[in-house]
Design a protein around this ligand. Structure first.
Ligand code: SAH
Length: 347
């Protein structure tokens, strides 16, 4: 019999499991607390009776991912991690330190099938979804490595989180659970390439997560070219879904816009984008493209980025240029994992 992995279960699920084992519900709470404090062995759970520990050892386990590679910035405290999953797959995560605490950026899938023209995660296609336990473990691994608690989370690593919806929701349950990570969902950002039906579904959940939408273009003709998802979910419908999200959650939506030289960085693009977003409760984050060798695209000149920003701001649209943290370890999304796999370190 395969042992049941208890990492990733919600407290409710763990309570149901305890009931199956004929144990009282409070045992679930004890185990749950231990797991999200980083315990990986039942024997170390000092407040459990020996018989229960034996029972658990016989039929369950606590999964764990490993830090396989670690790239530390010499400029700031940004660290990029390559995590090795139990099945030998790899994903990336990042931790960044700000004055208000530590942020973690986590992956939601191994690889990605969205096919964005600039993104390294998509090169090998989608391998599989991550489980809620693996996403939680990215946070635990970062906390264990740094000795500090994560206080903000961005689901902005590899993968499309809204195409791994159920596991994402179970992960958010753990993030928000007082006995697990105890992080307010207001401090969690979910980044999507724009899967409209799932944005609507997320809006209807009634949870206050911040929605970030990877827009990257001001019209369908450019967006179709760099983001194949746009052919199914065109830009005006996508913005309607965002407006619905804003109405339902009263939360400001973030639009991410990677500046690609000669593709989406002209004055005309900025004007078009301003017309689209004017009056919306939103924020635009301009991201200098991280060039991915295989993709042949270049980052925009900083002057173009500044001019683009000014046009948006002149229309009253709140805009920032993403601070390039850890610029010296700048490997675009998915690049670290890719280079590690090409090096043949995959088990
Ligand atoms: N699938 C989700 C989340 C993962 S990508 C999404 O599309 O939002 C996280 C962010 O990094 C997205 O905004 C994505 O468009 C951006 N990104 C991917 N590759 C990039 C690159 N080479 N340079 C800059 N941003 C990139």
């Amino acid at each position: 019999m395969e042992k049941k992995n208890l990492k990733g279960m919600t407290l409710q699920e763990l309570e149901d499991y305890m009931a199956e084992l004929g144990e009282p519900a409070y045992r679930a709470k004890q185990i749950f607390r231990w797991i999200y404090r980083g315990a990986t062995r039942f024997d170390s759970m000092t407040d459990l009776p020996k018989e229960l520990i034996n029972k658990l050892n016989a039929r369950s386990r606590i999964g764990k991912i490993k830090i396989h590679g670690k790239y530390e910035s010499a400029i700031d405290n940004t660290v990029k991690y390559v995590f090795l999953l139990e099945d030998g797959n790899m994903v990336e995560g990042v931790k960044m330190e700000y004055s208000f605490g530590m942020s973690a950026c986590v992956s939601s899938q191994v690889g990605c099938r969205m096919g964005c023209a600039f993104c390294a995660s998509t090169i090998g296609g989608l391998v599989r979804n991550l489980t809620s336990g693996e996403m939680a473990d990215e946070i635990l691994a970062i906390q264990e490595d740094t000795g500090k608690n994560v206080s903000r989370i961005a689901v902005m690593g590899s993968g499309e989180p809204l195409l791994n919806y159920d596991e994402l929701m179970r992960f958010l349950n753990l993030v928000n659970s007082p006995q697990a990570f105890n992080i307010s969902l207001r401090r969690v950002t979910i980044s999507t390439c724009g899967i409209i039906p799932e944005i609507i579904r997320l809006a209807d959940e009634g949870i206050p997560v911040t929605l970030a939408v990877s827009l990257h273009a001001p019209d369908d003709s450019i967006r179709d070219r760099i983001m194949p998802v746009n052919r199914n979910y065109p830009i005006l419908q996508l913005l309607d879904a965002c407006k619905y999200y804003i109405i339902k959650t009263k939360r400001r939506v973030t639009f991410e816009y990677a500046m690609i030289s000669g593709v989406n960085d002209t004055t005309e693009c900025a004007q078009k984008l301003s017309r689209l977003l004017k009056g919306m409760l939103c924020h635009v984050n301009l991201i200098p493209l991280n060039p991915v060798k295989e993709k042949g695209l270049k980052k925009s000149d900083p002057k173009k980025v500044a001019a683009f920003k000014k046009i948006l701001e002149d229309c009253g649209i709140s805009t920032t240029v993403r601070r390039e943290m850890g610029a010296d370890i700048e490997a675009a999304c998915g690049q670290l994992r890719r280079s590690m796999m090409l090096d043949g370190v995959k088990r």
